[in-house]
Design a protein around this ligand. Structure first.
Ligand code: HEM
Length: 421
């Protein structure tokens, strides 16, 4: 696709573009860090500072449309100088409306408070201990072959089971979770619903009701008895939704981050050597992966009232698209933004985990998952390379990225390596 063609391209309907969105980001940037695209009137935010300004102003920008943007319209026109009432009356018709990222204060404040009581430092520490065991268990499944399809054999099951453990899903149920939530990837041994959200809602309702009836000495009982910040016990539905949302928010995102990390390790022998020799740079590498190929490429917001961002007028009712994947390559913020560099002084100022009240609740978890995985993969797999049979030779690789504009990550990644030990 030539850059000159971009004028006629509707980004939100241009699937081939998502295989490499960066030239299009540059086209947007050439119009300024904030620009209203002509196809849907969506305000595209590619500037780092401007993206932060939107994230930091939830009073002006509602999150009700965070995943759908204007593509699931409200049943009535968004007219007037303050569309807050229309939002409150009709927000439930929008997709994802029962999930935390779509909430605004004060509901968001209470539900996020509840979530943060579930992800305590103690729970995170125990969860990290589980990650070390799990990493080895996953690697054991393919190590002897000296090759793997990394996304489905490692990244997806690993990130799924880490969240299951975080929430206290008993280990005896882990295999069922794997079958139900990744059923297309592994042979099934029982009946499958193929409705992941329904499965999660049913399971967590049952777990929580059970532990409230008969408390035990386990993590699920802590989950079932966690209270809102005001001390009140939430309805079972709230806890069940928050638990299910963690799988939606935290599994594929982290799997994509791991895919990027291993692609880079397989592509760049010098980087691989550096990571093997200097293990203390692994956290910086993980951070840079999230900046360089942001797994979540965009979130929508809806302007409640007229406002301005980066000098651009934004009328009430406008959908804006905050693009962390582009803002993280804004050269006003990062030197050589298109280069992977482990020595950036401001490497943690990326907004790949969002910013403000909705900032990623699972970022510490994702970082730990990245570090533990890289440590164990490097320990147990020597000379990691990209499979030429599957992806073509160096310089002419074929990779397939998720064809969705909200996300960035590999669909498959075939690796070859020498098993260690
Ligand atoms: C590399 C992996 C991850 C990336 C890149 C990522 C990115 C993000 C981003 C950009 C947001 C902000 C969305 C918005 O402003 O509308 C977010 C929110 C969120 N993330 Fe993550 N995430 C990752 C992993 C995780 C994990 C592992 C969990 C938990 C298990 C998690 C749980 C959440 C939750 C619950 C929210 C909503 C927070 C709120 O609305 O208050 N994420 N994430």
């Amino acid at each position: 696709m030539k850059t000159t063609d971009f004028d006629s391209i509707d980004f939100f309907r241009a699937r081939p573009l998502y295989q490499n969105p960066y030239p299009y980001h540059e086209y947007l940037r050439a119009h300024g860090p904030v620009w209203r695209e002509p196809h849907h009137g969506i305000v595209m935010i590619t500037g780092h500072e401007e993206a932060m300004a939107v994230y930091n102003d939830p009073a002006t920008f509602s999150s009700c449309n965070t995943v759908a943007g204007p593509f699931t319209p409200f049943p009535v026109p968004l007219e007037g100088d303050d569309v807050s009432e229309i939002i409150e009356e009709h927000r439930d018709v929008l997709p994802f409306s029962d999930q935390l990222p779509s909430f605004d204060p004060p509901k968001h404040t209470a539900q996020r408070g509840l979530l943060m009581r579930l992800i305590t430092p103690k729970r995170l520490k125990e969860n990290e201990e589980f990650m070390w065991r799990l990493a080895d268990r996953q690697i054991d499944e393919f190590l002897a072959r000296g090759e793997c399809e990394f996304i489905h054999e490692y990244a997806s099951p690993f990130t799924l089971l880490v969240i299951a453990d975080l929430l206290g899903v008993p280990e005896a149920d882990h295999e069922t979770f794997r079958e139900e939530l990744q059923g297309d990837q592994r042979p099934a041994s029982g009946p499958m619903t193929h409705k992941p959200l329904e499965f999660l809602y049913d399971r967590f309702t049952a777990y929580i009701e059970d532990r409230r009836r008969e408390p035990r000495n386990d993590v699920m009982t802590e989950l079932a008895s966690a209270t809102f910040p005001d001390g009140s016990l939430p309805p079972v539905d709230d806890v069940m939704r928050i638990s299910a949302n963690l799988f939606a928010a935290g599994q594929e995102t982290t799997a994509r981050m791991l895919g990027t990390a291993l692609r880079l390790i397989g592509e760049r022998p010098e980087l691989q050597r550096q990571l093997r020799d200097q293990r203390d740079v692994i956290p910086r590498f993980i951070e840079e992966c999230v900046r360089f190929e942001s797994p979540l490429q965009g979130q929508f917001r809806l302007a409640r009232v007229p406002t301005r961002i980066g000098g651009v007028e934004i009328p009430a009712g406008t959908s804006v698209f905050v693009m962390p994947g582009a803002a993280n390559r804004d050269q006003r913020q990062f030197d050589d933004p298109d280069e992977l560099r482990l020595d950036r002084p401001n490497g943690r100022q990326h907004i790949g985990f969002g910013f403000g009240i909705h900032t990623c609740a699972g970022a510490p978890l994702a970082r730990a998952e990245g570090c533990v995985s890289i440590e164990r993969l490097l320990d147990r797999m020597a000379d990691i390379t990209i499979s030429e049979a599957e992806h073509g030779p160096a310089g002419a690789r074929r990779y397939e990225y998720t064809p969705i504009y909200l996300m960035r990550g590999l669909e498959r990644l075939y690796l070859e390596f020498t098993p260690v030990g």
